[in-house]
Ligand binder design. Structure first.
Ligand code: CTP
Length: 425
């Protein structure tokens, strides 16, 4: 399902109640932008900073942006029992930035301020967006605390790589506020799906799983400035990556020539050609529980790539370009199965022809590729490139057939992950 209205994510149908926890890191300034995005999109946000966070960004800023009083301790407005009430009433708690210290406290159930108390009383989805120096993130103590939090069902978003507080660079940056916002709304929407299912476990269903998603369209160069390409936007692949991360998965996103913002917490590998795409997918597949080939790889490449720009001939004749077929990545990973029990998903855009209907051709392709699931788009009425919406049929090698009505690419992505999760052993 998608979060189309601001009431999505709230069991009561009221504005979703989000607690924004802010721990004491320099990235606290980025949480102001996250707060603004959440508030402006209709969420009821309560900011709970730690005392250290207030050293970086003061209470008046949080209060002005959220429209509510702000406290870090449990002694303010005690008659309202805030140390219990705030967590109990939340539809989502997101801690951004989450410091090593805050996650250590949360992992051990310490509760010496309002935020740590709130984390103990919350029964909704909880998201930590860590930000710290690389050494702290990689320390065995932090690794253990992150593993503990994840094992209890929290989503811990992998930090970005890049410039840190000083002159150093490495893993530990807080993802961009917009990417965090997208992750929060995705998890809120998912929370409501869970409520409707009254599922027995609050653990995200892809927690502990590594999934690989390919997205975009590859380019095959003729010379340094010209290429053969296709119109794939990468939107469906990015929706798959974003929704998988929201469902707790470790995500490797292999992106071919996509200019979309990177989803929060996703490991991005950029490629250009089908050969590069194959290399990145095959490498990541070795440790993958699931692979979804949403990319549109070019099936052919020129036999020769000119080192210099190809010039027009003086006699006006056009060059002849000879093509050679690229490897079929989906078929290769489906037949070799680098990891036993992995679930492999392909995509197919079909029009149907005089040899068979869309579904006939899709069933034949599913068998030919050897994958477990095939997501079929009927493009006889026009392509879906660049559109925010998609309509599809998901076919299973086991005979399954799931119609997915026209809806957002996130909604289709969730159906695909439902089908994958069902098949994971
Ligand atoms: N695919 C792939 N490697 C290729 C071409 C396609 O892995 N060289 C994957 C796509 O990512 C997609 C699926 O195969 O998941 C189906 O793509 P499609 O282009 O429909 O398959 P083709 O085998 O090229 O079939 P057709 O001859 O109908 O174009």
């Amino acid at each position: 399902m998608s979060i189309d209205s601001t009431t999505a994510g709230s069991p009561t149908g009221a504005r979703p109640s989000v607690v924004l926890g802010v721990a004491g890191g320099i990235a606290a300034y980025k949480a102001c932008e996250l707060l603004r995005r959440l508030s402006e999109s209709g969420h009821d946000v309560t900011v709970v900073p730690t005392a250290s966070a207030l050293e970086f960004v003061g209470a008046p800023t949080w209060s002005a942006l959220s429209g509510k009083p702000v406290a870090a301790d449990v002694w303010t407005s005690v008659h309202e029992v805030p140390h219990v009430r705030i967590g109990q009433g939340a539809d989502l708690v997101v801690v951004a930035p989450a410091t090593a210290d805050l996650m250590a406290k949360a992992a051990h159930g310490l509760a010496d301020d309002l935020l740590t108390n709130t984390l103990l009383t919350a029964r909704c989805p909880v998201v930590f967006a860590p930000a710290m120096h690389t050494e702290m993130w990689e320390h065995a103590a932090t690794r253990a605390n992150v593993a503990t939090l994840r094992s209890r069902g929290a989503v811990v978003i992998e930090p970005d790589e890049g410039r840190l507080t000083g002159k150093d660079t490495g893993k530990g940056r807080l993802p961009d506020p917009e990417a965090l916002f997208e992750a929060c709304t995705e998890i809120l929407a998912r929370g409501r799906v869970g409520d409707a299912d009254s599922s027995e476990s609050s653990m995200p269903d892809l927690a502990g799983r590594h999934v690989v998603v390919s997205a975009g369209g590859t380019r095959e160069y003729l010379d340094p400035v010209r290429f053969l390409g296709n119109r794939s936007s990468g939107l469906q692949g990015y929706a798959l990556a974003r929704t998988a991360a929201a469902r707790g998965a470790e995500v490797t996103l292999v992106a071919a020539n996509v200019s979309l913002p990177t989803p929060a917490g996703v490991r991005l590998v950029r490629v250009e050609t089908t050969a590069e795409l194959r290399g990145a997918v095959v490498e990541a597949t070795a440790s993958a529980d699931a692979v979804v080939m949403a990319a549109a790889p070019a099936d052919f490449r020129p036999t020769q790539v000119s080192d210099a720009k190809i010039k027009k001939a003086a006699d006006g004749s056009a060059p002849t370009i000879t093509l050679i077929q690229n490897d079929d990545i989906l078929r290769e990973i489906s037949t070799t199965r680098a990891r036993a029990g992995s679930v492999i998903v392909g995509f197919a855009a079909e029009t149907g022809d005089d040899t068979g209907s869309v579904l006939d051709l899709a069933r034949a392709k599913l068998a030919r590729k050897g994958c477990d699931l095939l997501v079929v788009n009927d493009v006889s009425g026009g392509a879906v490139f660049g559109s925010p919406d998609n309509e599809a049929v998901v076919l299973g090698a086991d005979g399954a057939h799931t119609d997915v009505p026209l809806g957002s690419k996130s909604a289709l992505a969730h159906v695909i992950w439902d089908e994958v999760a069902r098949r994971l052993v």
